[in-house]
Write a protein that binds this ligand. Structure first.
Ligand code: HEM
Length: 461
C-alpha cells in the first residue's frame, strides 16, 4: 500500500470486541446453510446477531455489516480502507482495470474521466433512444396481447436494456456487429453467473470447455470493440454516444485521454454493469404491480393525467413522482445488486466491533432494506415510504440500491431514467398479469433474478 493511501485511512485504535455470529461446522463453517439459500441466510444472521455479524464460508471469513452507520463507514467515511480485493478476481479477468473493479488512483482517474458522460444532461440525450426501443418491444408484443400466450418478462427486459446500452455506447454501430457483441456479452455474463454458483471452478487459464467458450467470447469481443475504436479514431463522431465521450475525455491535470486498453475495459464494464441490473429492476416492478392492483391503478392514473396518451419524454419525469416511488420501493424489496464485498486493508472498528486487517466485509441492501427497525412491516410493498418527507427521516444508508460513497453507481441517473420511461411507455397502454401457478423463486446470482423467469400475460387497458 502506498503512503498516500495509508495517510487517508482512519487507523484509530480499535478495541477488540469480536462481532457475534454462527459458529458453523468446524471444517466448512456455515457453507451449507449459505448455499442452500443465500438470501435467507444473510437475512437470518442479521435478525439473530444484529448490526455486525461474523461467519465463515469454508475457509473464507466474512463480516457482514447491516447497520446503516456501519455501511456508511465501509462505503463512504473510511472507503480507502475497504478495497475490492481478490473476491473480485472473476470480474478482473474480464473487465481488466475497468471502473467497476478498480480502486485507488487508477479508479479515481477513470472516474474523473467518465463522470462527465453521465451528467444529467448527457444522460437525458438518451431518453428518446429508451422510449423508441420500448416501443419496438411493444410492437413485438402486439401478437400476444389479449391472448393466453404469456411473455417472459425478464428476458424481454434484458433484451431491451441490452439494446439501449449498445446503442448508447455505439450509436453508429452496424446491426450485425452489435448483434455479435451482444452474443459475446451474454456468454460473459453466463460465465460470471456460473462462477457465482461454483466459486471453486478452475480459473480461465485451465482449458475446460466452459473456459474455452469464455476465452473465445473475450477474444471476439476484443476484436469487435477494438475495431470500433479504430474506426472512430479515423472518423471521429462528436458527442454522439458514450464511446465518443469516453474517447474525448481528458484528464484535467495531465491533459491525457484513455489508452485503447482502458477504453476497451470501460466499454465492457458499461455493457456488463449497465443492463441486467436495470432489467431486474423493471422485472420486479412489473411483478409487484401485478400483485398490488391499487398501486397499479394509481400509477396508471398518474400516467394518464400527465401524458394524456402521448409518449413520455425526459421532460415528463419530474411530473411522475409516484412512478418514481414505485420503482424505488421495488428496488428496496428486490435490489438488483443485492450484496457487495470489500477487503479491509488495516484494522478498523465498525459499530464498536473489531474489523481485523484482511477481513472480507459484506454489505447488502437486501438485508438493510428489510430491517424492521428502519422499515416497519418490511415485507410489505408500499411506495408511500418514498415520499420526500419520509425519505428524509431515514438515515442515508438505510437505502442503498446503487451503493454509496465515491464508488456509488455512475449509471444511477441512466438506470432511473430508463426504468421510468420504459414503465411509462408500457403501462400507458397495457396491464401485465401474472400467469397463475407460475412459481416465482428469487435467485441471488450476480444480480437478483427470478430463477425461472417471470411469465406474464398482456392485456390492453
Ligand atoms: C437499476 C440499475 C442499477 C443498479 C441497481 C446498479 C447498482 C450498482 C451498485 C450497487 C454499484 C456499486 C457497487 C459497489 O460499490 O461495490 C454500482 C456501480 C457501478 N455501476 Fe451500476 N447499477 C445499475 C445500473 C447501471 C447502469 C445503467 C450503468 C451504466 C450505464 C452502471 C454502471 C456502473 C459502474 C461503471 C459502476 C462502478 C462505479 C465505481 O466504482 O466508480 N450501473 N452499480
Amino acid at each position: 500500500m502506498n503512503k498516500e493511501v495509508f495517510a487517508q485511512i482512519d487507523t484509530r485504535k480499535a478495541h477488540k470486541k469480536e462481532p457475534p455470529g454462527p459458529r458453523g461446522h468446524p471444517l466448512w463453517g456455515s457453507m451449507l446453510d449459505f448455499q442452500k439459500d443465500q438470501l435467507a441466510f444473510i437475512l437470518q444472521v442479521a435478525r439473530q446477531y444484529g448490526e455486525v455479524v461474523k461467519y465463515r464460508i469454508a475457509n473464507l471469513t466474512f463480516i457482514q455489516v447491516n447497520h446503516p452507520q456501519g455501511v456508511k463507514r465501509v462505503l463512504q467515511d473510511n472507503y480507502h480502507n475497504y478495497v475490492k480485493g481478490d473476491l473480485w478476481e472473476n470480474f478482473n479477468n474480464i473487465l481488466g482495470h475497468g471502473l467497476f473493479v478498480s480502486d485507488g488512483s487508477v479508479w479515481l482517474r477513470q472516474r474523473r474521466l467518465m463522470q462527465p458522460a453521465f451528467h444529467r444532461q448527457q444522460v437525458a440525450a438518451f431518453g428518446q433512444l429508451m422510449t423508441e426501443n420500448a416501443l419496438h418491444m411493444l410492437a413485438r408484443w402486439e401478437a400476444v396481447v389479449d391472448t393466453n400466450q404469456p411473455i417472459e418478462v425478464f428476458s424481454e427486459m434484458t433484451s431491451l436494456t441490452m439494446q439501449v446500452v449498445t446503442q448508447a455506447l455505439f450509436s453508429t454501430g452496424l446491426p450485425e456487429t452489435n448483434q455479435a457483441i451482444k452474443r459475446a456479452i451474454t456468454t460473459l455474463l453466463d460465465h460470471v453467473a456460473f462462477t457465482f454458483e461454483v466459486p471453486f471452478y478452475p480459473p480461465m487459464q485451465v482449458p475446460l470447455p466452459r473456459n474455452l467458450r469464455l476465452r473465445a467470447a473475450l477474444k471476439e469481443l476484443d476484436r469487435l470493440v477494438y475495431a470500433i475504436i479504430h474506426e472512430r479514431q479515423e472518423h471521429p463522431v462528436k458527442n454522439a454516444d458514450l464511446l465518443s465521450m469516453l474517447m474525448e475525455a481528458r484528464d484535467e491535470e495531465t491533459g491525457q485521454g484513455m489508452t485503447e486498453k482502458q477504453l476497451r475495459d470501460e466499454v465492457l464494464t458499461l455493457f456488463l454493469a449497465g443492463h441486467e441490473t436495470t432489467a431486474n429492476a423493471l422485472t420486479w416492478t412489473f411483478y409487484l404491480l401485478a400483485q398490488h392492483p391499487a398501486v397499479a391503478r394509481r400509477l396508471q392514473a398518474e400516467l394518464d393525467q400527465v401524458l394524456a396518451g402521448r409518449l413520455p419524454t425526459v421532460a415528463d419525469t419530474p411530473n411522475l413522482p409516484y412512478t418514481r416511488m414505485v420503482i424505488e420501493e421495488s428496488m428496496r424489496l428486490y435490489p438488483p445488486a443485492w450484496i457487495t464485498n470489500r477487503t479491509a486493508l488495516v484494522d478498523d472498528e465498525i459499530c464498536g466491533y473489531h474489523i481485523p486487517a484482511g477481513s472480507y466485509v459484506a454489505v447488502s441492501p437486501y438485508v438493510t432494506q428489510r430491517d424492521p427497525a428502519l422499515w416497519p412491516e418490511p415485507e410489505r410493498f408500499d411506495p408511500g415510504r418514498f415520499t420526500p418527507e419520509r425519505s428524509a427521516e431515514r438515515p442515508r444508508f438505510a437505502y442503498f440500491p446503487f451503493g454509496g460513497g465515491p464508488h456509488q453507481c455512475i449509471g444511477q441517473g441512466f438506470a432511473l431514467l430508463e426504468a421510468t420511461l420504459v414503465l411509462a411507455t408500457v403501462l400507458q397502454r397495457y396491464a401485465l398479469e401474472l400467469v397463475p401457478d407460475h412459481p416465482l423463486e428469487l435467485h441471488a446470482s450476480v444480480t437478483l433474478r427470478p430463477r425461472d423467469g417471470l411469465k406474464m400475460r398482456i392485456r390492453e387497458r
